[in-house]
Ligand binder design. Sequence first.
Ligand SMILES: [Zn+2]
Length: 226
Amino acid sequence: MNYRRVLVFGAHPDDEIAMAGAIAKFAMRKVNVTIVTFTDGCEGYPKPEMKDTIVAVRRKESSASDRVLGVSSHVHLEIPDMALINNKENVLRCVHAIRKVRPDAIFTHGPDERHRDHIAAHAISVEASWQAGEPVAAELGAPWRTPHLYFYGAVEGDKPHVCFDVSETEHKRLLAMAKHVSQHFLWGRSKENFEEEAKWIKRSKGKFIEHFYLSDGFCLNDFPPR
Ligand SMILES: [Zn+2]
């Protein structure tokens, strides 16, 4: 995990929380972290009266969460929630993002997802990781082959390839979750619950690990020498 630049794909405005400890640890080590969020999260409202404001609310919550984790930049593709499809336009938007960031590693959803947007985000980002390195669509930037492609979850029946110690930043995952107030009904906890737990984790000095799976065809030996 000795990277300079990483790119994280997520279907919805809070999906990167799955690897929030790693993101915060990268930021602490001055690694440039870019997040690409496909959808606007417009269906993530618990009460009908929130329908008209939920997109703006989630954008604000996402920015607050980014500040907690130390995210360098965040691209919102603003595709409507539950309407993400694997088409040419979306693959090319990701190719453009990859060639612009030129990451050492890409992190995305795994192959065994259930949500339609997660399934599409997995397929689009995996294909774009490959297409970005090919001599195609030249107006989107110079080809860039990303050495490592990881899944941050949803890989059934496989052991993780990397167990990343996030003990020093686990509390930041809780503090980032505290910022996604509109999603607290889903998680069954309040802002105060998250903040309390963050304090407790920081005091406890416990060990926390995040698991990552290398995509087929990628190998840790692929990392180029600096
Ligand atoms: Zn999601």
